[in-house]
Design a protein around this ligand. Structure first.
Ligand SMILES: [Zn+2]
Length: 390
């Protein structure tokens, strides 16, 4: 489930009628930037610059008008997306915020406006003293890489829904607020906002089933996801931990996306769940992969994390303990992760007795319980090490 935050309570009208797409995707204009630092700064201070004046005549700079500018400025963080409210915004308007972290994407769902009122030119990106607007062309300094606005309206409905989809240059934590004229999405460094961050990854997915036994229809991707979903339930019990996941459905993010999510967020821990396989069906047991190159540079290493995962998880399942496996270059996400990473190969799907455990929901939940304890333990040890360092 994506993180949804509603800015304003809803009074949505839902009539089942034919859905018509009124307007999808605006032209691929280039992004624009408000002159250089000087011009922008001058504009922000409410004074006139040549560029600002010219743009104001085009109606582009309705933002930060007059008296309001100081008040608005005081609210802006270093990086903020400012969306001018449509004229028809009223008490029936609802705004929901959705984050799709693995795609570095946020979506603003706005209900209860008239069609054609939103434009990329009224979606401003404030980055320090620079302001960008328009649909994106990945300009340097613009946090927005890609931007689309889709609008839809059912026949006979008075109001439309708009979906503003914004692809960002990296992953952020978000703060949302609004005033009479604008919606604000402040983009914060995740580590400044959250103390403890973990990225949980269910291996494979979509058209990559992972491994599967020849005997029956049971795919690794589904076992991984089932364990991860149980783990997410456990992690909900601890609100001191901010949890991100690479997938909660049967989809296939790339390995690069998975590692980038953890690295962009500067996550404290990266946990990947997989199942093993071997042509020799006698081979069985649990092993945990870690990044062997992460030693000496950190006081809590990938190996430490892997060891904790192995102890706790196999403590619940009592499979054969195959120990830790050092990897760096040949397993992408283990090698690419900048933080303590553990890739747990829970058991061998090619082995009948392991498979009986892996495909059983009771044991999937047990595995998740072990991983949850491992995560708790790991964060405790991370904290202890930090205290020792101080
Ligand atoms: Zn796998």
């Amino acid at each position: 489930m994506p993180d949804e935050k509603v800015l304003k309570p809803a009074a949505a009208v839902s009539v089942i009628l034919m859905l018509i797409i009124v307007a999808v995707s605006f032209s691929m204009k280039e992004s624009n930037k408000l002159a250089g630092v000087t011009g922008t700064a001058v504009f922000l201070m409410g004074e006139e610059s040549e560029v600002a004046e010219e743009k104001a005549q085009e109606g582009v700079f309705a933002i930060f008008p007059g008296e309001k500018s100081k008040e608005v400025l005081a609210k802006l963080r270093d990086k903020t997306i400012v969306i001018q409210k449509p004229k028809s915004v009223s008490e029936v308007t609802t705004v929901a915020f959705e984050e799709i972290a693995i795609e570095q994407k946020i979506i603003l769902h706005i209900e209860g406006i008239h069609t054609g009122e939103l434009s990329e030119d009224s979606i401003y990106r404030v980055n320090g003293e620079e302001i960008y607007y328009g649909s994106a062309a990945a300009m340097e300094g613009d946090m927005v890489q890609f931007l689309t606005i889709a609008e839809e309206k059912k026949l006979d409905e008075e109001y439309a829904r708009a979906h503003i989809t914004i692809t960002l240059d990296t992953n952020y934590a978000y703060e949302l607020y609004e005033d009479d004229g604008y919606y604000y999405i402040s983009l914060l460094r995740a580590k400044d906002r959250y103390d403890k961050i973990i990225v949980v990854d269910a291996g494979h997915g979509g058209n990559d089933p992972g491994t599967f036994p020849s005997s029956e229809q049971c795919y690794e991707k589904d076992v991984n996801l089932a364990i991860v979903k149980h783990l997410l339930e456990y992690l909900k019990q601890d609100d001191t931990i901010k949890v991100y996941t690479t997938r909660t459905e049967d989809v296939l993010p790339t390995l690069k996306q998975r590692a980038a999510l953890a690295n962009n967020l500067e996550a404290d821990l990266f946990l990947s769940v997989h199942c093993n396989s071997n042509a020799n069906t006698q081979i069985q047991g649990m092993e945990v992969l870690y990044n062997e190159k992460q030693d000496g540079t950190s006081t809590f290493t990938s190996k430490d994390f892997a060891q904790i995962c192995l102890e706790h998880t196999n403590g619940k399942l009592s499979l054969k303990n195959r120990g830790l496996v050092p990897r760096s270059s040949n397993v992408y996400i283990v090698g690419a992760a900048n933080m303590p990473v553990a890739l747990v190969e829970v058991g061998f799907m090619s082995n009948p007795s392991d498979l009986a455990v892996l495909s059983n929901e009771y044991y999937q939940k047990k595995a998740a319980e072990g991983l949850y304890e491992a995560v708790q333990d790991a964060f405790e040890r991370l904290e202890q090490r930090e205290e020792e360092d101080e």
